[in-house]
Ligand binder design. Structure first.
Ligand code: F3S
Length: 782
């Protein structure tokens, strides 16, 4: 169904099937869209509708769910584990769309590039070997640790204008810099695309950002998104695709646009995208994809730009418009602790004094998936060279770290003297991996971290939640452009403004930094880098995937049992949840992350954040419904496990908006693993409801939520539930009844019939009957 069916692992993207996209788009326009003008984001979405003929009317933004056929999947090593374990259940011989895995999150920054990569093989060998073998078996391109960061590698190799990609990482939208609609999702969504299950997205609204003017000498693309985050806040983009337009777009490099799209995640946007530009053309050619550039040139008028009417009258077609004037845009410093706390450079000195932020900069970090383009690094290096010329290095007491985004960038940086310019002022170059950005930064020996001291760091990264980088909650972390990171490293002060302030040269004289200068692309082309970091493109369908039975981090998944065709009976109420219950409450993160590939170990955290309505909101505590089972009362995972071990089916009664938060599929898999057959809620968060369906759990909504929920808040351990209507379940009969008996001392003392509704489509009923969506796919493979 996709525009680019998988033909085995690929070193880089092949030419998109624009003819197919045009055909789908044309059909959508002439049937449901009444030939109305469309924004670029809408065009890409509608060109990826799975089946236009299944739609009867124009999608309503914020309401209609679109069923889409993505062209590609990219996964990082932490989130790929459960996705692969699930895909293994599908029985498919290879992924339905081209897929790549990137090992970037598990390398800890400590001694420097090569040693750190070697150490990560010691600590995470079993994960790497598992992902590598699975890649070989299923025809996935495998990028080993040290090869680079997922979003940089996708931009260099896999992004293509006008295509649709899912990535299991929130900064996947980075590829919008190359005109791709790239969306960050959970593992289950990636599995949908890999297994050719149509992927659902609520039709987004489109927020237009009008870029006026031209970038000024100290300005950088990073400042666009720092400023926008300040204007819109961390929730301002929720439910929107951000689409950039206006004459300012033409002054941006492709990699600069990627930086802007990358950080669209920080305003909660579904994704961000730029129209096809000359700089994208240049970047595609420089990264050995001239064939894609050529096809995209031919395609541009038809598909890769917004309609002319939209351009002429944007206010009519975008749901909201924000303007940014690049001529006036100042460098920004966002933080601490939240990416939307924007301070313009000229106000920073006052703000440092007013807020009492530590002025001394203890570490300055550049690179990461956000800012490690050739342009970023060459501009920053031009400042480093000016410092060297004046005989100075980074300020005393300031650490300067560089995280290259990929081996290609690192090698080019080395060849062109950028690395030596950084090292001459005292930089340490880390592995081509996430490192300090994701807290993989061994800074424990540094006294400021050891003593939990207040200190300031500046980075060109994208996130700055408290303690994210070094684990110290008192580290004030500011996000800024690479050029500003350099100026902070040289001065050692947050308050230093390179536009107005001077540095002291080795001879005691004062000098001001000239504005940074660098190249958009390397004049000699990109260096390929070391061969060992090229992707493994070795499709071996017979490959065995190693999972040690005693492993604590990886566990093969067993297919969930299919539905037996009978009504549910003798089902116990594990808990009546009170109030908010997010996917974090159902499947906590933090220290549990190391078990992402081990369902049984991870299930030990099931619902530990849930409040029990029967015990005045007590968290993670329930009574056991079965006499004689241990524990008689205990934590939710303990009691659920006792039910599982005794084959007692159970259900969850939930409050409003159950499962809000993330697309984390573990929140549906864990209850199912422990024996949950139904979740009955006053209402669901839609994505979690779909995830329950995918895992074979029946989600029901009370027909009278304000009344019937309260039947379950008093001694729910006395209730025994059976269903009527599951046997006849169909799309056209949305009702299922629960017969709820209250049993005391072995006698039924009261009985109620509770009407509920399901929202399952015919396809989803197929998943339920098969035991899970993947079981259904597996049965179709046979
Ligand atoms: Fe990695 Fe940080 Fe980017 S964790 S993917 S470098 S946001």
């Amino acid at each position: 169904a996709s525009g680019a069916a998988s033909t085995g692992p690929q070193p880089r993207a092949s030419v998109p099937n624009y003819a197919l996209f045009n055909e789908r788009l044309g059909k959508a326009r002439s049937t449901i869209l009444e030939n109305k003008p469309l924004t670029l984001a809408q065009k890409i979405l509608y060109a990826h509708l799975h089946d236009v003929s299944a739609m009867s009317s124009a999608p309503v933004p914020g309401e209609t769910y679109l069923k889409l056929s993505p062209d590609r999947v990219a996964m990082q090593d932490a989130s790929a584990q459960m996705a692969i374990l699930q895909f293994m259940l599908s029985g498919m011989p290879q992924t339905a769309v081209p897929t790549s895995i990137h090992c970037d999150h598990l390398v800890e920054a400590y001694e420097g590039a090569d040693k750190d990569v070697a150490r990560s093989w010691q600590t995470s060998r079993e994960i790497y070997e598992f992902l590598q073998a699975a890649s070989q078996k299923y025809g996935i391109a495998f990028w080993k640790p040290g090869s680079g960061i997922i979003h940089q590698l996708v931009l260099e190799n896999y992004a293509a204008p006008g295509t649709l990609m899912l990535g299991t990482d929130s900064h996947t939208p980075n590829a919008g810099g190359l005109g791709m609609l790239a969306i960050g999702v959970g593992g289950a969504d990636a599995v949908d695309a890999m297994a050719a299950i149509p992927w659902e997205l609520k039709a987004p609204r489109v927020l237009g950002v009008h870029l006026k003017g031209k970038m000024n000498p100290w300005g950088s693309p990073k400042d666009v998104i720092l400023n926008l985050a300040g204007q819109l806040s961390v929730r301002g983009g929720t439910g929107y695709i951000v689409e950039y337009f206006g004459e300012g777009v033409d002054s941006l490099s492709c990699t600069g646009m990627a930086t802007i799209c990358n950080m669209g995640a920080e305003i909660g946007a579904t994704t961000s995208v730029f129209p096809y530009t000359a700089s994208m053309r240049r970047y595609l050619s420089a990264t050995q994809r001239a064939d894609i550039a050529e096809a995209a040139n031919a395609q541009q008028a038809a598909y890769l730009s917004a309609d002319t009417q939209v351009k002429a009258d944007p206010a009519k077609y975008y749901d909201q418009i924000v303007e940014i004037d690049l001529d006036k845009l100042e460098p920004g410093y966002n933080g601490p602790f939240t990416p939307d706390l924007y301070t313009a450079r000229s106000k920073m000195s006052d703000q440092v004094a007013k807020e009492g932020w530590t002025d001394k900069v203890s570490a300055a970090l550049i690179g990461s998936c956000t800012n490690s383009s050739y342009q970023d690094l060459s501009r920053a290096a031009s400042l480093a060279r000016q410092a060297s010329k004046h005989g100075i290095r980074v300020a005393e007491g300031t650490e300067f770290l560089v995280s290259p985004g990929s081996e290609q960038i690192r090698a080019t940086m080395e060849r062109d003297g950028i690395q030596s310019a950084f090292e001459a002022i005292g930089a340490k170059v880390l592995a081509n991996a996430c490192g300090p950005c994701i807290g993989q930064w061994n800074r424990d020996e540094n006294p400021v971290v050891k003593n939990r001291e207040m200190n300031s760091i500046v980075s060109s990264f994208n996130r700055n939640f408290r303690a994210r980088n070094d684990g110290n909650p008192n580290t004030l972390n500011f996000l800024t452009s690479p050029e500003m990171v350099l100026s902070a490293a040289l001065s050692g002060r947050l308050s230093f403004n390179p536009l107005t302030d001077s540095l002291t040269a080795a001879d005691g004289s004062q000098f001001k930094l000239e504005p940074p200068a660098g190249n958009e692309l390397p004049t000699e082309g990109y260096a390929a880098g070391r061969a060992e970091y090229r992707p493994l493109l070795d499709h071996k369908p017979e490959m065995h995937i190693p999972i040690t039975p005693t492993s604590q981090r990886l566990q093969s998944l067993e297919a969930f049992k299919p539905w037996d065709g009978q009504e549910f009976k003798d089902t116990r109420v594990l808990i009546t949840v009170q109030g908010k219950c997010t996917t974090d409450h159902i499947s906590a993160a933090g220290k549990w992350l190391k078990y992402k590939g081990h369902l049984e170990n991870l299930a030990r955290n099931t619902l530990i954040g849930a409040a029990n309505a029967a015990l005045d909101g007590k968290v993670n505590w329930v009574r056991n419904a079965i006499d004689g089972l241990e524990p008689a009362e205990g934590t939710i995972p303990d009691v659920a496990t006792s039910y599982k071990n005794s084959n007692v089916p159970w259900l969850v009664i939930a409050d409003y908006n159950y499962g809000e938060g993330s697309a984390r599929e573990h929140a549906a898999m864990q209850p199912r693993f422990l024996g949950c057959n139904m979740v009955v809620a006053r209402s669901f968060a839609r994505i979690h409801e779909t995830n329950l369906k995918k895992q074979g759990v029946l989600p029901l909504v009370f027909a009278r939520p304000d009344e019937d929920y309260f039947l379950f808040t008093k001694n729910p351990h006395e209730l025994v539930v059976r269903t009527e209507g599951v046997k006849d379940i169909s799309e056209s009969t949305p009702t299922v009844s629960l017969i709820v008996d209250r049993v005391q001392n072995g006698k039924v003392v009261e009985s109620h019939t509770v009407l509920c509704n399901h929202t399952m489509s015919a396809d989803q009923i197929g998943w339920f009957k098969a035991g899970s969506a993947l079981n259904l796919i597996a049965s179709q493979q046979k």
